[in-house]
Design a protein around this ligand. Structure first.
Ligand code: ADP
Ligand code: MG
Length: 328
């Protein structure tokens, strides 16, 4: 599991409490990653029902926004929107609008039309587009090509080769939806993660949760431990989906300016109020690199970052420095 070291410490909570409540958890493979949810409850039947509701919601989001499924709403949009207006769901408008705001905030480093080029990479098969394909398709990368008519609930693409993928924000959004669902069921202690995107509700009875930032070059090792309460945390890394060819790493975070993998970081961890934000920002800061990325984080109140640059050096935003412990 990436950047996360929660499970081993949870047993402690049971002995600390005199009630019959306990931790319940579930892990499933959804959205091409490992989805994990755990919560504290005194009724096993209710706890299991809530965990099932979380997984059902995660699956719904995957089915709606996956570009790997021909029958998803996003795939239908990608097929039709280059030809004219397409009616979409209110949720699609919301996600595209949030993505657009992230693009504006990051000066275009975050851009869901990255996939106009990104679609030609197949990391599992070790396949990448040739220079000519990149050169042509990179013209289609521009979030302003996606025209959103929020009142009319419709979307069109202004360039014929635009292809949208919401992979830079969908997992964080799914985590937030899951947490929202638990909050409306009055759950006060829980954690939900989807791959590198996590959100924590409450603490572990007086103790913070401990979240580990994975060492980007040594699998199974952790670079930093973060004690966290009531927050979201996302990590983007170049070790998640990639292949190496002639000493060059081709990975899944694409610089919209070049259509090629972003090169100035190994991993970026963002801590902030919600997972949609931290997910979008981790991808953005990864593309921006340590200097411009940290400048962006410093402008955002309540948001922190740990950047591991392409020399393996750690950069902390001001508020995190005294909190973080180097892992031994
Ligand atoms: P993951 O949790 O899948 O590792 P990240 O938060 O690290 O996700 O974001 C990487 C994903 O974001 C990619 O798999 C791709 O779907 C999408 N993506 C890649 N480059 C960009 C970009 N420049 N802007 C927005 N989304 C991107
Ligand atoms: Mg992200």
């Amino acid at each position: 599991m990436r950047g996360f070291a929660l499970a081993a410490t949870l047993v402690l909570a049971c002995t600390a409490h005199e009630t019959r409540a306990e931790w319940f958890e579930d892990t499933q493979a959804i959205m091409g990653t490992r989805v994990h949810a755990e919560l504290w409850h005194d009724d096993p039947a209710v706890a299991r029902r809530l965990l099932e509701a979380v997984m059902t919601e995660m699956r719904r989001i995957d089915h709606t926004y996956s570009t790997h499924r021909e029958d998803s709403e996003l795939s239908a949009l990608n097929r039709a929107a280059p030809h004219g207006w397409v009616e979409v769901s209110a949720e699609m408008i919301d996600l595209l609008s949030r993505s657009r705001r992230m693009s504006e905030l990051s000066g275009g480093a975050f851009d869901v039309t990255y996939a106009s080029v990104g679609r030609y990479y197949d990391y599992r098969a070790g396949r990448r587009p040739d220079d000519e394909t990149v050169r042509k398709a990179v013209e289609a990368i521009d979030y302003r090509h996606v025209e959103i008519d929020a009142d009319g609930r419709r979307v069109r693409y202004r360039h014929p080769a635009v292809y949208v993928d919401l992979g830079g924000i969908a997992k964080g959004y799914a985590v937030d939806r899951a947490i929202g669902l638990l909050q409306s069921a009055a759950i006060t202690h829980a954690a939900v993660s989807a791959g590198g995107d996590s959100r924590i509700l409450g603490d572990r009875f007086g103790e913070p949760w401990t979240v580990g930032v994975r060492d980007p070059r040594h699998e199974g090792q952790v670079s930093v431990l973060l004690p966290l309460v009531d927050t979201a945390v996302s990590t983007s890394g170049d070790y998640e989906r990639y292949f190496d060819e002639d000493g060059v790493r081709y990975h899944h975070i694409i610089d919209p300016d070049t259509g090629r993998s972003a090169r100035s970081s190994w991993s970026v961890t963002i801590v902030g109020p919600d997972a949609t934000l931290t997910d979008g920002l981790s991808t953005s800061v990864f593309v921006l690199g340590p200097e411009r990325g940290m400048a962006l984080i410093d402008r955002l109140p309540g948001v922190d970052a740990i950047i591991i640059d392409s020399d393996g050096k750690l950069h902390y935003s001001a508020d995190l420095q005294p909190l973080a412990e180097p892992a031994r």
